[in-house]
Design a protein around this ligand. Structure first.
Ligand SMILES: Cc1cc2nc3c(=O)[nH]c(=O)nc-3n(C[C@H](O)[C@H](O)[C@H](O)COP(=O)(O)OP(=O)(O)OC[C@H]3O[C@@H](n4cnc5c(N)ncnc54)[C@H](O)[C@@H]3O)c2cc1C
Length: 380
């Protein structure tokens, strides 16, 4: 089995690294990264940064040519993700555009939506937010209550969303709405965030600013042509979209970077050589992150070969999350000063990963899916 990269892939990675060197400001690590990729500062920066990546043909190389890509294999998408996450995610909110909003609209969007939104995303200047979760509907999306009622050629939307990352700066919302009383009566609308009747309230939080937003919709009028697919098709579309999101964040890559920082600090402080326990835990962690990497690559390989999605993507996420949790424990036990501003990059890693087992589908649900669909076990 050959795990090496092809010369084209190596070249792509080199070009991405060059772009990062040239395009990130000198105070990137000190000023931007500690504010987090969801902060207003980084999200605003991403409009400029992603547009330049797009001009260099680096933002969506794996997309079809008609949508601004070069039809390279999906591997480039993962190389891009590894390099961007390793640098503190200068794409800001736009990582989501590339991971799942663009691909979902390519598959389910109308011709007009493809022309406008997919091409817009490929240009690197548009910020989207994801309006799924509500105060009483997170995992259980069937419980969502934000209503969209048809009035002629518009829907009228009323309700609220919570945890809507990037909502303060977003141009568009990929919104889940209820269009009928049944569990499956959920419909996707693409909503411009400057539509009258939308307001956003933001709260700071331990994982830094930019994620904890509440979005209120009061008699918001959305043209029917902004609906994605048919009424009630949201379930199918969302499961497709989330299959992309599960392995969208290369946690093995950022985890190994954080481990390097921790080990370097322990060595500087003379606490590495004489502590066999921390050395053994660090060694085990490398193995865990590498397992997550291999599982992720397996999923990418399946995608490159156009195979149907399997629970391997859920498994990749579960394995990555186990490693992330162990990494958080190591930081808290061995370098607690990092969490009090000692090492900004380690602190940032810690805070961003506190909710890693919640965002994009909780860990418990991933394990349920592996058990039921992957292993064929009965429901508990
Ligand atoms: C940093 C961050 C950013 C986010 N960004 C967004 C965003 O941009 N847009 C958006 O829409 N949402 C966003 N979310 C919300 C996120 O998607 C939800 O938090 C997540 O879906 C879980 O929903 P919940 O918080 O309501 O928890 P619940 O669904 O109430 O779950 C609570 C606990 O119960 C467990 N549980 C629930 N049901 C089951 C079950 N059937 N079997 C076993 N265990 C179960 C869960 O695993 C979890 O541990 C974000 C969340 C975070 C933390």
């Amino acid at each position: 089995m050959e795990f090496g990269w092809t010369p084209e892939q190596e070249d792509y990675r080199r070009r991405v690294r060059e772009a990062l060197d040239e395009l990130l400001p000198d105070d990137w690590d000190e000023v931007y990264v500690p504010q987090s990729y969801a902060s207003d500062l980084q999200v605003d920066f991403s409009r400029e940064f992603c547009a330049k990546l797009a001009e260099r043909g680096l933002l969506v190389p794996h997309w079809p040519r008609e949508f601004g890509g070069q039809e390279t294999p999906d591997w480039n998408h993962f190389i891009l993700g590894e390099e961007m996450k390793g640098a503190g995610e200068p794409r800001g909110a736009q990582y989501m555009n590339v991971n799942w909003i663009g691909p979902t609209l390519m598959r389910y969007g109308s011709a007009e939506q493809k022309e406008r939104h997919v091409k817009g995303i490929a240009g690197g200047k548009v910020i989207w937010c994801q309006g799924f979760s509500e105060p009483n509907a997170g995992t259980d999306l069937a419980a969502l209550r934000t209503r969209a009622e048809r009035e002629g050629d518009h829907y009228v939307v009323n309700g609220s969303k919570i945890w809507t990352s990037y909502a303060r700066r977003a141009d568009w919302c990929f919104l889940l709405t209820r269009t009928g009383p049944g569990k499956k009566d959920i419909t996707i609308l693409l909503v411009p965030m400057d539509t009258p009747g939308i307001s956003v309230t933001s709260y700071p939080g331990v994982i830094k600013f930019g994620h904890l937003n509440e979005v209120y919709f009061t008699d918001v009028r959305v043209p029917v042509e902004n609906r994605v697919g048919a009424e009630g098709q949201a379930w199918e579309i969302v499961s497709h979209a989330l299959a992309f999101e599960r392995v969208g964040v290369p946690r093995y890559h950022t985890g190994l970077d954080a481990l390097d920082l921790l080990v370097a600090q322990l060595k500087r402080e003379g606490r590495w050589d004489d502590d066999p326990v921390v050395r053994a835990r660090a060694g085990r962690l490398v193995a865990q992150f590498e397992s997550a990497r291999m599982l992720t690559y397996l999923v990418v390989d399946q995608r490159v070969k156009r195979m149907a999605p399997t629970t391997d993507s859920n498994l990749a996420r579960v394995v990555a999350l186990a490693a992330v949790n162990e990494m958080l424990d190591l930081i808290a036990e061995y370098t607690p000063d990092a969490l009090a501003g000692g090492d900004l990059l380690l602190e940032d890693y810690y805070r961003i990963n506190i909710p890693a087992g919640i965002t994009g589908g909780t860990n418990e649900i991933q394990m349920d899916l592996v058990a039921q669909r992957g292993l064929g076990l009965p429901r508990g």
